[in-house]
Design a protein around this ligand. Structure first.
Ligand code: MV4
Length: 510
């Protein structure tokens, strides 16, 4: 095992990796930008080194700075976390050159499976089902029209370099193709500096289900079941769960084996995730592979009783996988909510700022992977994810009940959080039934916006309002006034939305 690992990341995932290092008796080295000096990952690490100004281009994304820290601190490995440099083959190469182990796949596996069109080729070669469409970029809009007629509308144009839904356009009919082509190509050019597009048949209301795989350096691969990630907003996952409520043992086996064939063909090692779209008839189609640890890995950990970060480190250190496929058992159900500093009542506007006070949920079946603490300021330079709340239960009903209960316990003041969004989703009949698909949340939020009082009766609304005013007064009396700048015009709706959270935190008044 390694002696000392640099964690090339920040926030909750850096904290998560520090914890794995601790449990393995490995020294954890943090890096931090100017605005992360007081961040939790820095406080929990054994050592921490500055890597420059707040913008990630000048700090967390600079390979030489990470390698320099690894060298000068005497580290033998680098864990990239997710985001930042995690899927950049140049870091994996720089590690090889510096004689440091990269905790992840090789640069060439990343290149083969990380490219969407290259991965589609591999999928076809190994017989993993792909959505009908092109395997290579399309020359121009005329050629696109010809192909679309062959595979039949609706189709979807996707950027070769794509990600996050950028450079993606669904096209219902031939008349809409030319303008969709222009829009997608220019969006792709702006976002990725690469305007190339390919085409797929457009699937209506698919689910997004992904398979977790692990591969060691001794030719041994396993899959650890699936995660259901259909609840997304603007291509950002909001809630994930394991197992998928839509899964059958046969489908799991077929998807797991397809995922392993792909990983094997790309000489993949370490932890990876193969994404699929699944239609209502349970046909599944390979979408892309993520060559990193994912944000939502905890739900897999909860239902497999495995520690994916420690396994990543063991694999990178050359140890063989310590179990066979037949030994992997899925037990119970896990749900994860991604907690953000954002305002669900104001179009999910980011809400960085100082956390004045917070209380964390706990108790049976609850896990909180967080990177925050009271008194810390959420910087506005990075993704404002605060952490992930994960609930485990013996079955989906119990996991949902525990999640609802934990969401009631969660409280943070000084910033807005999206906790109320999760309460609404967990209260919805569709989610309860597992009747979710990729655009479900957008439809749900659209439908809600059309209703007057989503929280039910007028009386309850008034009581909530009164409680909110009381809580607001209490809150401003407690704080140093730093957050008392709320204007009268916006205060009312803020009071209302904060009410439950504030109430939970109230102390008896003398
Ligand atoms: C699709 C699709 C329907 N048909 N491909 C969106 C992000 C990218 N990873 C793939 N995406 C989609 N690809 C075909 N052929 C629908 C989506 C899609 C989607 C996928 C997963 C999660 C949320 C989504 C929201 C809208 C569209």
């Amino acid at each position: 095992m390694f002696k000392k690992v640099v964690i090339a990341n920040r926030g909750e995932i850096a904290v998560r990796i520090v914890r794995a290092c601790r449990e393995l008796g490995v020294q954890a080295v943090a890096v931090y930008s100017d605005v992360d000096r007081a961040s939790l990952h820095v406080r929990l690490a054994d050592e921490a080194y500055p890597i420059g100004p707040a913008p990630s281009r000048e700090s967390y994304l600079v390979i030489e700075k990470i390698i320099d820290v690894a060298r000068s601190a005497g580290c033998d490995a680098i864990h990239p976390g997710y985001g930042f440099l995690a899927e950049n083959p140049a870091l994996a190469r720089a590690c090889v050159d510096a004689g440091i182990t990269f905790i992840g796949p090789s640069a060439s596996a990343m290149e083969q499976l990380g490219s969407k069109t290259a991965a589609r080729h591999i999928a076809r070669d190994v017989g993993a089902p792909t959505v009908p469409g092109t395997l290579d970029p399309i020359e121009n809009a005329d050629e696109a029209a010809k192909i679309a007629r062959e595979i039949d509308f609706p189709v979807i144009l996707k950027a070769v370099a794509g990600g996050g839904g950028k450079g993606m356009r669904s096209v219902a009919s031939e008349s809409a193709l030319a303008s969709a082509w222009r829009d997608a190509a220019s969006e792709a050019q702006n976002a990725f500096g690469d305007a190339r597009l390919y085409m797929e048949k457009y699937l209506e209301r698919p689910r997004h289900i992904e398979i977790q795989v692990l591969a060691d350096h001794h030719g041994h691969l396993v899959y650890l079941g699936e995660r259901e990630c259909s609840v997304q907003r603007r291509h950002q996952k909001v809630i994930e769960e394991a197992p998928s409520p839509f899964m059958t043992p046969e489908l799991r086996k077929a998807m797991g084996e397809a995922a392993m064939k792909l990983a094997r063909a790309g000489n993949y090692t370490n932890a990876g995730t193969v994404e699929f779209l699944v239609d209502a008839q349970r046909n599944f189609y390979f979408l892309e592979m993520n060559t990193r640890l994912q944000v939502e890995h905890p739900v897999t950990e909860m239902v497999t009783s495995l520690d994916l970060v420690k396994l990543q480190m063991r694999i990178a250190a050359g140890e063989p996988l310590p179990f066979q496929q037949e030994e992997i058992e899925l037990r119970g159900h896990a749900i994860e909510c991604r907690m953000y500093a954002e305002d669900p009542d104001n179009n999910f506007f980011p809400s960085p700022g100082k956390i004045l006070d917070c209380r964390v949920p706990a108790g049976p079946g609850i896990r909180l992977d967080e990177g925050i603490y009271a008194g810390w300021t959420v910087p506005n330079e990075y993704d404002p994810m605060l952490g992930k709340l994960i609930a485990w239960g013996g079955d989906r009903r119990e996991a949902m009940a525990r999640m609802r209960r934990a969401l009631e316990e969660y409280y943070a003041s000084g910033i807005k959080t999206n906790v109320s969004l999760f309460r609404r989703i967990l209260a919805s009949a569709d989610f309860e039934k597992g009747a979710i698909y990729t655009r479900w949340l957008d439809d749900f939020l659209g439908a809600e916006a059309g209703t007057e009082s989503r929280d039910g009766g007028e009386q309850e609304a008034q009581a909530e309002h009164a409680a909110a005013i009381a809580a607001f007064l209490w809150h401003t009396s407690q704080s140093d006034g730093a957050n008392a700048s709320t204007t009268t015009a916006t205060a009312e709706s803020q009071w209302k939305s904060e009410s439950r959270r504030e109430q939970v935190n109230r102390e008896p008044q003398q």
